[in-house]
Structure formats: structure tokens, C-alpha cells
Design a protein around this ligand. Structure first.
Ligand SMILES: [Mg+2]
Length: 351
């Protein structure tokens, strides 16, 4: 953590646990009509009438999932919320509430936690969700953040990983690989900084990549877009660990195979140029990079005309029978079997 000697450092012990929670959440406003009661009692009270409730949770640990030497705490707070909401959107549900729990060591002053919560508050505002609970406790080592997200959907709107059928089209939102290349740039700059702390890096050309790594956005818009296009996905998953591992999850749970076309994978031009610079294969980066938080879904072939002109959506393959396997069709028209190799096996979590 880069520390500025001019900023005040209030020890957490000055507030105590209860003072700390109410201090950190004092600006949080309740906006959702499904929140009957937020922070302040033994438990929050939520009401979804006749809808299905969607619930997902994520645990982020310093040194495993994030490195505070280049991740600003405000961005970390924002990203912690976004990665959870992405899982709610991957069910084709609306996200409405989160709880936030942190364990923190004494080396963090109150001001650092205020930064973290400022990022959480910004995400809550942008994604229109309520923070309805949480806990803080002390940690003997680093920082640990656990967020649980709640959402809802009508039962017939929910989309599972298991619904893909033979001949369906495989579709991905946005573009892939940028978050991983952003991480490569940040790791390289960290090493340069360690050798020469006075170096002034010019990172302008990497803005998109770094933003995708430090401040990713979840695809809140896709559910509404598909509804407007009158398309209901047959299966869906979000891309947290890399395209190949998510494709494998979808196919395994749907008991189908796939032909995914290398030449169709959407890449931003800055990803292609950064891959050249770092001597990495852009297809490998898109397949295994992870942290893009785009959505991967299947649609019925007859729905293709409804989505084909949309710049946010790219058809990258089609579903086959299970015996045909989970295949990547290369630019040379060879079919190779895809294997999951997330960029960090420790992160290969079940979400
Ligand atoms: Mg997920």
C-alpha cells in the first residue's frame, strides 16, 4: 500500500467494532422497494413477493485475489461488488442487495477503510443496489473481503448453465482478454517501480486494459437488452475465470459439445497490440485470461436475426452433441479440444 504521510491515520481501535460499521455505512441509502429493513437490526428484512430470490457469495483475500501495491482501495471496493453482481446477472436476474464483511489488520487506518467503502458505495449507486448488512472483524495478516449479493427474477426468466441444446448458438458480450493484459502491464510496472521508485511510467496507451483489470463493470445491461430483442438465452454464465473454463462449465452442465471458432473471438485492438508487445498469443489470453466479467450464453438458432446487428454481442460458435467434444476450431481449421486452465488455479472457484 502506497502511503501518503500527509493523510491522517486514525487507528481502528479508536472506534470499536460497532462504531466502525455505523461510521463506514452512514452514507448508504436504501433505494430498493424490496428492502424492508437495511442495516441497524439483528438482520435485514427483504421482500420479493412471488419472485425467486437469487443469492451468491464471493471471498477475496489479499495476496491471493488482489495486490494492494497497485490496486487502489477504492477500486478494490468497487470491483468486489461488481464481481458478485456479475454472478446475479449471469442468472438473468436483477441484483438488489449486498452484504459486505471484512477482516482487517491493524496496519489499516480508518482512512483506508473509508476509501474501500467509498468504492463500495459508488458501485452500489451505479448498480442501484442496497447495502443491507455486514460485519467487520480483525485479521492477523491481510485484508479479507466477503460480499454476498441478492437478486430476484420471475421463475420463467431465470437462465441456468444447464439449458444449452444442440444447434444453439454460442454468444459472448463485449470483448475478451483486456483484464488479463491490464494485469500484465500492472505487474510489469510494479517490477519497474521496485527497481526504480522514481520512474514515471507512461501508461496512457494501456488505459483500457488497466481499467478492465482495476475497475471492471458487470453486464447489468444485457438482461434488458435481450428482453428488448425478445431473446431468452437457453443457458448463461459469466466469464470470471476465462472463456475456456466457462465454455466447459456450460457444456458439461448442459451435456453438450461445442465448436468455438478462434477467428470469431472478440478482441479489442489494444489487446492485440499488448499481446504482441508481451509476446503472448491473444487467443490463449482470451481463452484463459479471466476477469473479463462478460456474459457467455446460448440462444436458439432461430433468434440469430434478432441479435446479429448488435455491437455488444458476438456469435463465437455453435453447440454440438456431447460426443463431438468441446472444441476450438483454429484459424487453420483444425479442431482442438479445449481444456480449462484459469490463469490462477487458486482462483478456480465455484462461481
Ligand atoms: Mg460466475
Amino acid at each position: 500500500m502506497i502511503e501518503d504521510k500527509n493523510t491522517p491515520r486514525t487507528p481502528l481501535s479508536e472506534l470499536g467494532e460497532f462504531g466502525l460499521i455505523s461510521h463506514l455505512t452512514k452514507n448508504f441509502k436504501i433505494k430498493q422497494k424490496t428492502t424492508t429493513l437495511g442495516i441497524g437490526d439483528d438482520a435485514a428484512v427483504l421482500g420479493f413477493e412471488n419472485k425467486k430470490c437469487v443469492l451468491t457469495t464471493d471471498l477475496l483475500i489479499e495476496g491471493v485475489h488482489f495486490d494492494l501495491s497497485y490496486v487502489p482501495l477504492k477500486h478494490l471496493g468497487y470491483k468486489s461488488v461488481v464481481v458478485n453482481l456479475s454472478d446475479v446477472y449471469a442468472m438473468n436476474a436483477t441484483a438488489t442487495q449486498i452484504t459486505v464483511s471484512i477482516a482487517v489488520s491493524n496496519r489499516f487506518p480508518l482512512e483506508a477503510l473509508e476509501e474501500l467503502y467509498a468504492g463500495i458505495e459508488t458501485a452500489a449507486k451505479i448498480y442501484n443496489i442496497d447495502v443491507v448488512g455486514g460485519d467487520t472483524t480483525s485479521s492477523t495478516t491481510g485484508l479479507l473481503i466477503s460480499i454476498t449479493a441478492v437478486g430476484h427474477a420471475n421463475e420463467e426468466e431465470l437462465v441456468y448453465r444447464s439449458g444449452a441444446k444442440e444447434n444453439d448458438l454460442l454468444v459472448v458480450t463485449g470483448d475478451l482478454g483486456a483484464a488479463y493484459m491490464g494485469l500484465q502491464v500492472l505487474e510489469r510496472e510494479k517490477q519497474v517501480y521496485e527497481v526504480n521508485p522514481n520512474s514515471q511510467p507512461d501508461l496512457d496507451q494501456y488505459t483500457y486494459l488497466i481499467e478492465r483489470q482495476l475497475k471492471p463493470e458487470a453486464r447489468k445491461d444485457i438482461s434488458g437488452l435481450l428482453k428488448a430483442l425478445e431473446v431468452k438465452p437457453t443457458s448463461m454464465i459469466d466469464i470470471s475465470d476465462g472463456l475456456s473454463s466457462e465454455v466447459i462449465h456450460l457444456c458439461t452442465q448442459s451435456k453438450v459439445g461445442v465448436n468455438l471458432y478462434e477467428e470469431k473471438i472478440p478482441l479489442d485492438p489494444t489487446v492485440i497490440s499488448a499481446c504482441e508487445e508481451f509476446k503472448l498469443n491473444s487467443t490463449t489470453v482470451a481463452l484463459n485470461g479471466g476477469e473479463d466479467y462478460e456474459l457467455l450464453f446460448t440462444i436458439k438458432q432461430e433468434d440469430y436475426p434478432k441479435i446479429k446487428a448488435n455491437p455488444s454481442l458476438t456469435v463465437i460458435g455453435h453447440i454440438t452433441d456431447q460426443k463431438s467434444g468441446i472444441g476450438l476450431v483454429t484459424r487453420a481449421n483444425e479442431k482442438i479440444e479445449m481444456k480449462a486452465q484459469g490463469w490462477n488455479p487458486i482462483q478456480d472457484k465455484n462461481d
